[in-house]
Structure formats: structure tokens, C-alpha cells
Design a protein around this ligand. Structure first.
Ligand code: BDR
Ligand code: CA
Length: 314
């Protein structure tokens, strides 16, 4: 048993790799998922919410409350990513129906309650567009300073050879989808760690056919589920990038990463620069407010060992 188990909320848009992050969270003693909120991202909101519910149900975690958040970005129209994630955003996963009931209160209010219940102690992990987080911060101005940390999967900061866009040459999908929300969050003063394509596209941390073969030997529901998701991804690509599980891994073992500290910014205007992220490493305030730690390096093999170990244990 871990000395301190941190309560986390997961704001997700499952999505193949969001699902992998959710499964990793459920198998990790360092954290206790206390709330799941969903956002339109990889698929429309109804789909990402349904996916979260059916995964939680299948893995015996139906007690975790799920709230459906924003169905569109703050300002710009919605675009999904079903071409990568499959028609149901989970690669056609065959799972029994989960419970259909979601929380009646708004996701942004539940996120605030989650943070306010233990000021300075709780971690929010966002692996989709930042719309729900921006909505929560705009409605509850004190929320950014109530969180211990906001961990974000998003952005491409040009910090490594992998740090170029995947939605456009300049922009990563989550940030491109709702750059206005990213702008709100980046300027909020929340203690922030950002894991971008700079490290998540490093192939040393990606899963491949040999990992799939090992997962197929295991019999747990988690391993079976991960194998199905991975099989879909590997059917179309040589590697399965672990974008969202890598963000989750910050809450499990920060020493897997190297970071640079600076002030993040994002381009919100339409055009080829939309969603471009940068980190400025000068002019930080003395208290560090407004700054973020952005990942510059990951120990890919050690991350994979962590992920696979958690999936393969019975
Ligand atoms: C991010 O975009 C989504 O498609 C993935 O789930 C991940 O959160 C990677 O750019
Ligand atoms: Ca995602």
C-alpha cells in the first residue's frame, strides 16, 4: 500500500489512448480516481461519455462518478479524430453496455468541488481539449489555486525532434481543438505540468507488437482490454503512441521525465499558426505563478515497464 494515495480527477475524451490512461489509473496505487469528466475531443461528447462509462463498468469501477462536460470548444467549431480512433473512438471495441447514468450537476462545478474539498492536495489530469477546465476556471476564479497540480497532455513545444504538430504542422490535436480554452488555462496561475508531443511521440515510450503479444498471454480484464485497443492501433501504425498514459504517469513517477520551467502560450487565431504552443523561459515571477513545467525528456523503456507491469499483474 502506498503511504499517500492522491485523489485525482480525470478529464478525458476516450479515445484509444485516453482509455489506456484510464486503465492505468485504475491499476495504480499511487492515485485514487475520484471523478471522471468527459469532453468532446476525439469523438462527440455522447461518444466519449459512453466510452468512459462502459470502460469503468467493465473494470468494476462503476462507483466513480462520471459527468459529461462540454460538447463544443469555447469558441471554435468541433472537429473529432475518429479517423485515428475508429468509428466509436475506441477502435470498434466490443464491450457490454455500461451504466448510462451520468451526474446531473455540471462537470465544471463537480471539478471545482473536487478541488475545493482538499485545497492544495488534489491533482487534475486533462487528456483532452481543455474546454471543461477553462469553463471551471472561468466560473470559479479561485479554483486554479486550490489544485495541487493540473497535468495536461497537450501541445508541441519544439523542445525535441518529436515536438512538431500532429493536427497541423504547428499544432497538437488537444490544443488545436480548443486553443481559446488553452489560453484561459495557461494564464490562470494553476500549478501546471504539460506533457506534449515532444515526449509522447518519442518511439521509445510507445507500445508495439511485442507488447501486444505479452498482453495476450495475460487473462485479466485490463490486459484483455488494452490488447484490443492496441491491436486496433497497431493494425494501422507500427507503434501505438502513449500520449495520455504518459501524462497520467507524471502523477505516478515524476522521475520518468525531465522538464523545463517557463511560461506557456498558445496561438488562438485562425490560420496556420492556430494551436501553436511555445514555452518562454524568461521573466518568471518570484512565486512561480503562471509558470509550467513542460516535459523535455522521458525514460521510455522505464515508462513501458511501469505500464506493462501494471497491466500484467494479476
Ligand atoms: C492527443 O490527441 C488525442 O487524439 C489523443 O487522445 C491525445 O490526447 C494527442 O495529440
Ligand atoms: Ca485524449
Amino acid at each position: 500500500m502506498h503511504a499517500v494515495t492522491v485523489s485525482v480527477a480525470l478529464d478525458i475524451d476516450p479515445g484509444l489512448d485516453d482509455a489506456l490512461a484510464l486503465i492505468l489509473a485504475l491499476r495504480s496505487p499511487e492515485i485514487r480516481p475520484a471523478l471522471v469528466t468527459t469532453v468532446a475531443g476525439n469523438g462527440p461528447l455522447e461518444m466519449t461519455t459512453w466510452n468512459a462509462l462502459r470502460i469503468l463498468n467493465y473494470l468494476g469501477a462503476a462507483h466513480i462518478p462520471v459527468a459529461a462536460g462540454a460538447s463544443t470548444p469555447l469558441v471554435k467549431p468541433f472537429h473529432g479524430a475518429l479517423d485515428y480512433h475508429g468509428a466509436d473512438a475506441l477502435g470498434g471495441l466490443d464491450l457490454p453496455e455500461g451504466r448510462a447514468d451520468v451526474e446531473t450537476r455540471a462537470a465544471h462545478d463537480l471539478l471545482f468541488d473536487f478541488a475545493a474539498a482538499a485545497p492544495g492536495e488534489r491533482i487534475l489530469i486533462a487528456t483532452g481539449p481543455l474546454t471543461n477546465i477553462a469553463n471551471a476556471f472561468q466560473r470559479h476564479e479561485d479554483m486554479p489555486l486550490l489544485l495541487k497540480e493540473l497535468i495536461i497532455m497537450g501541445g508541441a513545444f519544439g523542445l525535441t525532434p518529436f515536438g512538431t504538430g500532429n493536427q497541423t504542422p504547428n499544432a497538437e490535436f488537444n490544443i488545436w481543438q480548443d486553443p481559446d480554452a488553452a489560453h484561459v488555462v495557461f494564464g490562470s496561475g494553476v500549478p501546471m505540468t504539460i506533457v506534449g508531443l515532444d515526449v509522447t511521440n518519442d518511439p521509445t515510450g510507445a507500445l508495439d507488437a511485442s507488447d501486444l503479444a505479452r498482453l495476450r498471454m495475460a487473462s485479466s480484464r485490463e490486459a484483455t482490454l488494452v490488447a484490443s485497443l492496441l491491436q486496433y492501433a497497431l493494425h494501422r501504425h507500427q507503434y501505438c503512441a502513449m500520449h495520455d498514459p504518459l501524462a497520467l504517469a507524471v502523477a505516478l513517477d515524476r522521475s520518468l521525465f525531465g522538464f523545463v520551467t517557463g511560461r506557456p502560450d498558445v496561438v488562438t487565431r485562425e490560420g496556420e499558426e492556430r494551436g501553436r504552443t511555445r514555452i518562454q523561459t524568461v521573466a518568471l515571477s518570484a512565486d512561480g505563478l503562471g509558470s509550467a513545467q513542460v516535459a523535455t525528456r522521458v525514460d521510455g523503456p522505464r515508462f513501458k515497464e511501469l505500464f506493462m507491469g501494471r497491466m500484467l499483474e494479476s
